[in-house]
Design a protein around this ligand. Structure first.
Ligand code: PCA
Length: 225
């Protein structure tokens, strides 16, 4: 009798999320990156790239469903930060929503916590300085950032790290903001941008570093203001 049990040892997964276009844009580089990396294998992990709605009410529910389904060992959420010139490795998530514009469902909450009765802030649990070094070694403009803003991206970043801290302590997670694509920046005066291929490579290298680095590097990468 033939052996039919061909159970493959499933690879662990890493989840990358990108956001739906917002603020009148037709494209969001974070979503293009997540789509491009979906299905790749990086450092022995199967990459799941998925979309989150740019909506306060639905984004964290969508994230919850993705984490419950894929049980990733690492989660990297991505978002667009129009006006920034570098890949921003976000260090701090704050428990505050203060929306300067309405989200894609028309909601504009002001001065609300992301999670009631939770800490005021969390740090990313990714090895950001090792990731920063890897990006600089590859010639990609990148910096640590100490504010992910107070819009949907910060909400997802805070909600993610809070969930990992309270429900999934063995999963690491963090957030990376990326610049406009050139075709977005072309509509504004003096707006910085980065080519999609460069951003995809940046996230690939950052993920590979995060998945293979346990202890972060220590060197000065803070800011004076
Ligand atoms: N950037 C926004 C929300 C979605 C996105 O890609 C932000 O930085 O909050």
């Amino acid at each position: 009798m033939k052996r039919t049990s061909k159970k493959k040892t499933a690879l662990p997964t890493a989840l990358i999320t990108g956001f739906a276009p917002f603020a009148g844009e037709a494209i969001n580089p974070s979503l293009e990156i997540a789509r491009a990396l979906d299905g790749e294998t990086i450092a022995g992990h199967r990459i799941v790239g998925a979309e989150l709605p740019t909506e306060f009410a639905r984004s964290l529910r969508a994230l919850d469903a993705l984490i419950a389904k894929h049980r990733p060992s690492l989660v990297l959420a991505l978002g667009q930060a129009g006006g920034r010139s570098e890949i921003s490795l976000e260090r701090v998530a704050i428990n505050l929503v203060d929306a300067r514009i309405a989200d894609n469902a028309g909601a504009q909450p002001v001065d609300a916590p992301v999670v009631e009765n939770a800490p005021n802030a969390y740090f990313s649990t990714l090895p950001l300085k090792a990731m920063l070094t890897r990006l600089h070694d590859a010639g990609i403009p990148a910096a640590l950032s100490h504010s992910a803003g107070t819009f949907v991206c910060n909400q997802v970043f805070f909600g993610l790290v809070h969930r990992l801290a309270t429900q999934y302590p063995r999963t690491r997670g963090g957030f990376v903001h990326v610049p406009y694509l050139p075709q977005q920046a072309a509509r504004f005066a003096n707006a910085p941008s980065m080519a999609l291929e460069t951003m995809i490579e940046a996230v690939r290298l950052g993920l590979e570093t995060a998945l293979t680095t346990r202890d972060d590097l220590h060197f000065a990468a803070g800011t004076t203001h």
